[in-house]
Design a protein around this ligand. Sequence first.
Ligand SMILES: [Zn+2]
Ligand SMILES: [Zn+2]
Length: 233
Amino acid sequence: MEIIDGVHAIDTLGVGRAYVYAEADRLTLIDTGLAGSADRIFAEIEAIGRKPEDVAQVFVTHSHNDHAGSLADIVERCGAQVLAHSLDAHVIRGDEPPARANLRGPMRLLAPLVNRGLQPTAPVAIDRVVADGDEVDIGGGARVLHTPGHTPGSVALYLPQRRILFSGDAAANAMGLGPPSGPFGMFNADREQARESFLKLAELDFDVACFGHGKPLDREASLAFKRAAEKLG
Ligand SMILES: [Zn+2]
Ligand SMILES: [Zn+2]
């Protein structure tokens, strides 16, 4: 599904979304979906008249298996460069297991179930470790925003020239717009930090927002973020 010119959303096995950012000379993937999503992503790439080898880089918003699950398959098939934040890199590389969910109160009873959902992914080498404020060569210059909370190394990608935000799971549009809540909120490593990161995103100016979970917003997105931020207080 094309959200705006050159930005394609791919539903990955019903759980979340990965995105293809198409430029004349190459493609960038933002996230990869659960393990087993590679065929679906490459089918979308072919549907837009491009080839798997056109994928030059994969920006991994965080280490969860619904985002990095197909990374190994994809890199094996197209040799793309992998970008991720240092604080999630050790999980993506397979050096450490994923951080456990931090549940409170009666939700703790769900911990075994939630932690089962946090299975490690096939290990992948990271070509470029990114940090807050780094520039990534997409859409005339994209800025990496460190948005910790959901995971320690969650990052969003902001394209000011094209007025697009790829939020990863620092924002979700699944149970209303905000930091991940409901079933997705159970995976937040630090709820307060996740809230602060959402507020930080709400200070930016953008028209289009692409989430890991929930329908992308194709207009007036930062206005919707600001309204959601007011409700969070
Ligand atoms: Zn996540
Ligand atoms: Zn997710």
